[in-house]
Design a protein around this ligand. Structure first.
Ligand SMILES: [Zn+2]
Ligand SMILES: [Zn+2]
Length: 301
């Protein structure tokens, strides 16, 4: 009996330890005190560390926040995060907010983000409705886009895109360091999630990627929202793929093909191997394009 209990307890400890071990944070030094914190969960985080303090872009999921904090303290001499920008409203970018707010961080986001976190809408693609948020989860500084943060010796520009991944995306340009954090305006090498229920559009998403290309050069370091560390060429590849994909589905809609007929025609077949992934499958990409073009919500799979 005793050994049985001991076994159960040690199993629980082992399970907890295993869960903890499953989270890893890869700290990538981009120079000028700027780092990408890449984990095996959620969106990619950016930080700027220097004499003014620590500025963090996105906070991932609640249980991951302590791991992010530990990773940033390892390169900031233990300093707490002072400023946070949420690039947009999705849970994998904001659910660590409360952890950092409780430790003194001030959270900024586009002004559309706070009301969307308080009263979330259902995503028709998945049928899921996020939990409403309050308190330390909510951004306290409301941005319009176009603001400049002067911090750690950098000119940090906040660019708002009104109708791209959502209605409230802000991407960040560290001008002197030549680093861009895209938020979820780049899924690097993957079909993008475009959240039509929260104001996203396909053409707006393409335009947002183009606006980043317009300020980027061949040496610009691009922190993607999801996917590997990237470059201007990765933005251009995503623009080319998405522009072509939309045109193909639009041509079928023009021929009055139904959603079922468009799926059967496999218009993105040659993109499947490179761009399909767990969340945005080729079928979900077609679903998004069809709904974006027609305004009709197709039957989900
Ligand atoms: Zn994301
Ligand atoms: Zn997102």
């Amino acid at each position: 009996m005793i050994s049985c209990l001991a076994f159960a307890a040690s199993t629980a400890v082992a399970a907890a330890a295993a869960q903890e071990q499953e989270v890893f944070v890869d700290t990538i030094d981009l120079g000028a005190g700027i780092y990408a914190l890449v984990t095996n969960r959620g969106g990619n985080v950016g930080i700027s560390v220097g004499e003014d303090g620590v500025f963090m872009i996105d906070t991932q999921f609640g249980p991951i926040a302590p791991f992010l904090d530990r990773a940033q303290r390892a390169v900031s001499d233990g300093a707490p995060v002072e400023l946070i920008l949420n690039t947009h409203l999705h849970g994998d970018h904001v659910l660590g907010n409360a952890w950092f707010a409780e430790r003194g961080a001030v959270i900024m986001a586009h002004h559309s983000v706070r009301p969307a976190l308080v009263s979330p809408v259902t995503a028709n693609l998945t049928g899921a409705t996020p939990e409403p948020l309050s308190g330390g989860f909510l951004p306290v500084v409301q941005l319009n886009g176009g603001e400049t943060l002067s911090y750690n010796g950098e000119t940090v520009r906040f660019h708002h895109e009104p109708d791209a991944h959502t209605a409230g995306d802000i991407w960040v340009h560290f001008v002197e360091a030549d680093v861009i954090h895209t938020g979820d305006l780049l899924f690097s090498g993957w079909f993008p999630y475009i959240d039509l229920d929260n104001g996203g559009t396909v053409n707006g998403f393409i335009a947002a990627m183009q606006s980043m290309v317009d300020v980027a050069g061949p040496d610009t370091k691009v922190i993607s929202g999801h996917g590997p560390m990237s470059t201007e060429a990765d933005l251009e590849a995503s623009i080319a793929m998405l522009t072509e994909a939309r045109a193909r589905v639009a041509a079928l809609v023009e021929q009055e093909a139904s959603y079922a007929e468009i799926l059967a025609a496999e218009p993105l077949a040659d993109f499947h191997e490179d761009w399909n992934w767990r969340f945005i499958t080729t079928e979900r990409m077609i679903w998004t394009l069809y709904r974006d073009i027609t305004g009709v919500i197709p039957e989900n799979e």
